[in-house]
Design a protein around this ligand. Sequence first.
Ligand SMILES: Nc1ncnc2c1ncn2[C@@H]1O[C@H](COP(=O)(O)OP(=O)(O)O)[C@@H](O)[C@H]1O
Ligand SMILES: [Mg+2]
Length: 350
Amino acid sequence: MQKIRVGIIMGGMSSEREVSLESGRNIFSKIDRKKYQPTPIFMDSQAALWEIPVKLLMRNSTKDIEEDLSVDAVPVAYEALRERVDVVCLGLHGKYGEDGCMQGLLELLRIPYTGSGVLASALGMDKFVSRKILAIYGIDTPKTLHICKSRWESEKKADVIGQITKEIGFPCVVKPSREGCSTAVKKIVSKDGISEALSFAFKWDNTALVEEFIVGMEVTCGVIGTDSPYALIPSETIPTGNVLSLEDKFLYGQGENKTPARLPDEVIKKIQEIAVQTFCTLDLKGYARIDMFVRTDGRVTVLESNTLPGMTPSTVLFHQAAASGITQAGLIDGIIEAALKVHANKRGPL
Ligand SMILES: Nc1ncnc2c1ncn2[C@@H]1O[C@H](COP(=O)(O)OP(=O)(O)O)[C@@H](O)[C@H]1O
Ligand SMILES: [Mg+2]
């Protein structure tokens, strides 16, 4: 049997590039080599692609890799990618990798890729627009105010702060509209913190969200599949600070997840139903992880969907898969198989 050539793309230009490196090299190490022939492909900070040898893959950081690319790696022009791989497995996270940009490039190059298509990826990344769509379908999302940088700079700050106080209240959470890994996510307890939090959020995006602070249990649930997606067993996330930090989510020994979440069966079932509903409403493909809260009044509120969730060794998605008897290699295999199938059957960009 001819092995399927998989280009695993990792690194990239987003604030999540170090996590992406961990995801990419974990996929490279766990992928079933009887079936697949994997190639690690590093996306540098200028969006150029490089085929990297294992000695570069094992470096500590994307910066360390980048320093030696010209000596140890082979540059891969976009147009040459199609001759080298049968499918791209996306280990990227965040801007330009998870938000539809990379997906658009791969569509133009006619290369199948894992995960969601162009629009669904862009929607998954944009917390404001995705909430609008979920709300149309009756899915509960946090009460959210959308503030543009231009408005913040041109209008009287007191007016904007007045609107936040009236419509959202305190405590609230301020964050950029399209970021990941808790970048610039701040909990604000009074008017005094708003200005600084918004200015900080605007370093990452030209729009920021101010949303109600949700009290309850934070849960997260993987969804897999394409034609008839199904939910994995949801986990409970236990933050170590006010908001889950990058370290909580991806580094060993930091933060805590409990799978299954310590909730009654009927609540677990409700979480799973809402996770699948969110997946279908946003037209996600292959796999995703939906972050939610179970509020103290019992409502299940969708915080966000992650269209290329972390694939690091310790990530919660693998715990959930394991709870259903799926190994890391098995999950990666399922995601690539789904990509091959969905791209073979599409009638235009995914
Ligand atoms: N409205 C909120 N209420 C309570 N906690 C929140 C809220 N928004 C974010 N958080 C906390 O911050 C974390 C990161 O926020 P999130 O919106 O998921 O951003 P990211 O895309 O960076 O993961 C969440 O996992 C949660 O712990
Ligand atoms: Mg999140």
